[in-house]
Design a protein around this ligand. Structure first.
Ligand code: BTN
Length: 319
C-alpha cells in the first residue's frame, strides 16, 4: 500500500500523473498501478483524461501530533505505548501480540484493517482513512464478573465523545452505539487470563466516522458521524477525545466498578421500556427492558418478574 500516494490525494483535489510520479519518484505507469490498487482498501478514485486523478471524497488522515496535542493532559501519564499503524489485520490482534511486560494502557490505531473483527465472529468493515479502529490493552484485577460493567463503561465513553460533536448517541446493551436506531460504533472486549488471576484485556472500538452509504454494504441498519452531521469529521480530534474519555472512565471503573456509572449509562440507554428478545445459541427470553443493575447486568421484565442477565454472547433484538 502506498501511504505517501494516499497523503497526496487526501485533499480530494485532482493531481496529474506527472506531478504524482515526480513527488513519489515513480513512473506514470507505476502511479496508475498504485491508484488502481486503492480500490482494494476501500478508496474510490476518479480519473479525468488530461487533468489527473483524485479521491472521490477527501480524507481526514490520522495525525499523531494532533492526537497528542488534543489529548486530555490528565490521562497522558497513563499511556504505556501509543502506536499508529497504516494497515494491519486487526488492531485487537496487534495489541495481543505487543502487550507482554508492558505497563499502563497500550493503544493502537490503524488507518485500515484487512481483517477487522466484530462480535459473534462477524467481520468489521474497515476502509482506509474513513473510520476509527482503536484498541486499548491493559491489565485488569477485578475478575471476570466485572467485565459486563466494563463494556458498558466503554459505551459511555463513546457516547460522551459523540455528544461533544452535537449528536445524540444511544446505547444498546451490552455494547452497541446507535444514532436514530442505526449502528454507529461497536465494541469488542477480548480477555486472556485465568479465573482468580489478573486478566489481560483488549478493548476494541470501531466508530463509523466518515464512511458514506456508498462505501460499504453492511447487513444491518448503520450510519456514520459524517452522514448525521453532513460534514467530514476530524478523525484525529475525535481519536483524542475518545482516548481521554476511555482512559478517564476505565481508571474510575478499576477503582470503583460500575456502581457510580449506572445513572449515566441509563441516560444514554436506547432500549429501556422496549419489548425485546434476548438470545444465546440455546435459548431465547422475551420481555421488556428495565435498564441495568449496579453490575451492568440487563434487567428484563417478563410475567411481572424482573430477572438480571449478564452479557457474554447474548444478543438483544428489539421487537
Ligand atoms: C461489534 O461487532 O459491534 C464490535 C466491532 C468492533 C470493531 C473494532 S475495530 C477495532 C478493533 N479491531 C477489531 O478487529 N475489531 C475491533
Amino acid at each position: 500500500m502506498n501511504s505517501e500516494l494516499i497523503s497526496l490525494l487526501a485533499d480530494g483535489s485532482f493531481h496529474s500523473g506527472v506531478e504524482l510520479g515526480r513527488r513519489l519518484g515513480i513512473t506514470r505507469a507505476a502511479v496508475w498501478k498504485n491508484i488502481s490498487q486503492l480500490e482494494d482498501i476501500g478508496l474510490q478514485t476518479e480519473r479525468v483524461k488530461g487533468v489527473g486523478y483524485r479521491l472521490t471524497e477527501p480524507l481526514s488522515l490520522l495525525s499523531d501530533s494532533t492526537i497528542f496535542d488534543k489529548s486530555d493532559t490528565s490521562v497522558k501519564h497513563l499511556i504505556g505505548a501509543f502506536i499508529i499503524v497504516d494497515s494491519l489485520e486487526s488492531t485487537n490482534d496487534y495489541i495481543k501480540t505487543s502487550m507482554e511486560s508492558r505497563q499502563g494502557y497500550i493503544l493502537c490505531l490503524a488507518e485500515h484493517q484487512s481483517a477487522g473483527r466484530g462480535r459473534r465472529g462477524k467481520s468489521w468493515i474497515s476502509p482506509y482513512g474513513k473510520n476509527l479502529y482503536l484498541s486499548v490493552g491493559f491489565n485488569f484485577e477485578r475478575g471476570f464478573e466485572a467485565l459486563n460493567g466494563l463494556s458498558l463503561v466503554v459505551g459511555i465513553a463513546v457516547a460522551r465523545s459523540i455528544a461533544d460533536l452535537g449528536l445524540a448517541a444511544k446505547l444498546k446493551w451490552p455494547n452497541d452505539v446507535w444514532i436514530e436506531k442505526k449502528k454507529v460504533a461497536g465494541i469488542l472486549v477480548e480477555v486472556d487470563g485465568e479465573q482468580g488471576g489478573p486478566l489481560r484485556l483488549v478493548v476494541g472500538l470501531g466508530v463509523n466516522v466518515n464512511m458514506k452509504p456508498c462505501d460499504a454494504e453492511i447487513d444491518q441498519p448503520w450510519t456514520s458521524l459524517a452522514t448525521e452531521l453532513g460534514r467530514i469529521v476530524d478523525r484525529s480530534a475525535l481519536a483524542a477525545s475518545l482516548v481521554g474519555n476511555l482512559l478517564t472512565l476505565m481508571e474510575q471503573f478499576k477503582q470503583r466498578g460500575f456502581v457510580g456509572m449506572k445513572e449515566e449509562w441509563q441516560e444514554f440507554d436506547g432500549v429501556s421500556g422496549s419489548r425485546v428478545t434476548l438470545a444465546n445459541q440455546d435459548k431465547e427470553e422475551q420481555g421488556i427492558c428495565r435498564g441495568v443493575d449496579h453490575r451492568g447486568y440487563l434487567l428484563l421484565e417478563s410475567d411481572g418478574k424482573i430477572q438480571a442477565f449478564s452479557g457474554g454472547e447474548l444478543s438483544l433484538r428489539i421487537a
